[in-house]
Design a protein around this ligand. Structure first.
Ligand code: MSP
Length: 526
């Protein structure tokens, strides 16, 4: 493969460390991982960053409620998020914690860069207004609704349903009001900046309704990055958190090799609940600091459980490990990518999960691999057979695999439509299974052994292509398939999907082993 690979930088939201990870956090990290792996397989030089968001009032309060000092508490809980790496087979290049020294430096540097480039954009005043600790967000009166607390008292709620509290404190402000037109111009000139379109429309109407300056420092607690030159204040947690995306590539050293290579980021993958911070505040901060803007914010939907929002009070929160214990890791990854449509909410239900895993993995791809390799093992002396003359059906199937699959997959993957990408791949699985039935190679052993060899060779070649193609979603299982075909580990990226790299006839294979086990419906995770 060429050395001059195109860089690709992808990030996830960094998780608050106020509780243990659940399958919503896991979904987002897998989504970004799948994209990172896809791009690596497709010849890019990828930087994949994830991490934890450790400052702010929410984390400070939770630490206190647990009788811990904030840093001690963060050290403990961040381990659970770090553990998601091996647990979910995430291929990230870096895990950032906002309590790291390098991140303090970057956060203070972006503050100073805003002040240097646009001195009027930061000013000292007093904040009097509503604040939601759960969202770590400021809201205006007209955005709030009324609700009840657990004692039945009427309270005000943020759009997320989180309670708000009245805050009055000395604060530095960022002149967001000066950026409305610039942001609208950005959304207009770069419609790809926010995906999907429905989220862009939401952001555009928010900005069009008029932007107010935002408070970017807090004084009534101290768990945060000190404001440069005024350490009575800590930086607003979102300004600190968003900056992680440039800390990860070496900021403030803009000459850093990673910064030069990877910034601006290609993709910030975030949940739909935090688009205001990413699509309005973040580009405005970067413009003010005279830094380049990321290319795309992709907002995914939420994972619900049996049609309901996950919540501690409902008691339906599922930990990632629960799914892995029930279905296995690759099946869990497959399920989450297959069941959630582009940017939409996804629903998790056990019965549907079992049905999907059994039909696509065990009966679909798994059965194709198992029956093909078993026939080769038994009927071809355990060696990859030889291809003879080809029929039209043979040629069509090979052309589908060698020339149509990856270009179609690229279109789906480029906008994170992985549910569609998997459908694209499974069209080939279905076509290949149909081909097995139509060609009935088991009946050819006596009547036309040469033809049997051709059919089995073609099937093994299709399996090679499928094994390479699906690595981005089910890496361990895909590699087991490729191991069984004795494919060199250096010959497993998309540049090897073509007719010049077809299987070597005569290669000995071992006794085949099933890759995707069939699940029973009563093994229940939720
Ligand atoms: N700390 C901020 C993000 C800062 S990014 C500079 C935050 N943290 S969070 O822990 O509340 O959420 C982390 C990510 O998980 C967000 O993108 C959020 O949308 C996502 N999810 C939280 N619950 C979710 C589901 N139930 N389903 C899918 N994703 C969800 O926000």
């Amino acid at each position: 493969m060429a050395d001059n690979k195109a860089p690709f930088y992808i990030t996830t939201a960094i998780d608050y460390v106020n509780g243990a990870p659940h399958i919503g956090h896991a979904y987002e990290k897998i989504l970004a991982d799948v994209m990172a792996r896809f791009k690596r397989l497709d010849g890019h030089d990828v930087m994949f960053l994830t991490g934890t968001d450790e400052h702010g009032q929410k984390v400070a309060k939770t630490a206190e409620a647990n009788g811990k000092k904030p840093k001690e508490f963060c050290d403990e809980i961040s381990q659970k998020f770090i553990a998601m790496g091996p647990q979910l087979n995430l291929s990230y290049d870096q895990f950032i914690r906002t309590t790291e020294e390098r991140h303090y430096e970057a956060s203070q540097a972006i503050w100073n860069a805003i002040k240097e480039n646009n001195p009027d954009d930061i000013y000292l005043d007093k904040y009097e207004g509503w604040y939601s600790v759960r969202d770590e967000g400021y809201f205006t009166e007209d955005e709030l609704t009324e609700g009840e607390d657990s004692d039945g008292n009427t309270i005000k709620l943020a759009p997320s349903g989180a309670p708000v509290e009245w805050v009055e404190e000395e604060s530095y402000f960022f002149r967001l009001s000066a950026y409305g037109d610039k942001l609208l111009e950005l959304y207009k000139n770069h419609p790809e900046f926010i995906s999907p379109d429905s989220r862009r429309n939401e952001v555009v109407s928010f900005v069009k309704s008029g932007l107010q300056d935002i408070s970017i420092s807090r004084t009534n607690f101290d768990w945060g990055v000190p404001v440069p030159g005024d350490d009575k204040h800590v930086m607003y947690v979102w300004l600190d958190a968003l900056t992680n995306y440039i800390t990860g590539v070496g900021y403030p050293d803009t000459q850093h090799a990673d910064y030069q290579k990877y910034w601006p980021a290609d993709f910030h993958v975030v949940g739909k609940d935090i688009i205001r911070f990413h699509c309005v505040y973040w580009p405005a901060f970067l413009m003010a600091a005279n830094l380049q803007l990321p290319k795309k914010i992709f907002a995914h939907g939420f994972i619900n459980v049996n049609g309901q929002k996950m919540s501690k009070s409902v008691g339906n929160v599922i930990a990632p490990q629960d799914l892995i214990d029930t279905y296995g890791l690759d099946a869990t990854r497959y399920l989450l990518m297959r069941e959630v449509s582009h940017g939409q909410d996804g629903n998790f239900s056990h019965d549907y999960a079992v049905q999907r895993i059994n039909s696509d993995l065990a009966n679909g791809l798994g059965n194709l691999v198992q029956r093909t390799l078993s026939m080769i093992y038994k009927n071809c002396d355990g060696k990859i057979p030889t291809m003879g003359e080809l029929t039209n059906e043979d040629q069509n199937l090979l052309a589908h695999a060698h020339t149509k699959l990856i270009p179609a997959l690229r279109i789906d993957a480029d906008d994170m439509k992985f549910n569609r990408g998997l459908e694209t791949i499974w069209k080939l699985v279905i076509e290949a299974n149909g081909y097995v039935d139509a060609q009935a190679p088991w009946g050819l052993k006596k009547t036309d052994p040469e033809r049997m060899e051709t059919v089995l060779y073609i099937l093994a070649e299709i399996i090679r292509v499928l094994g390479i193609a699906v690595q981005f979603v089910v890496p361990t299982s895909a590699n087991k398939i490729l191991d069984q075909l004795k494919i060199d580990t250096n010959a497993r990226d998309y540049s090897f999907i073509n007719k010049d790299n077809m299987l070597q006839s005569g290669t000995e294979i071992d006794q085949p082993e099933g890759v995707f086990p069939r699940l029973e419906t009563n093994e229940k995770a939720a």
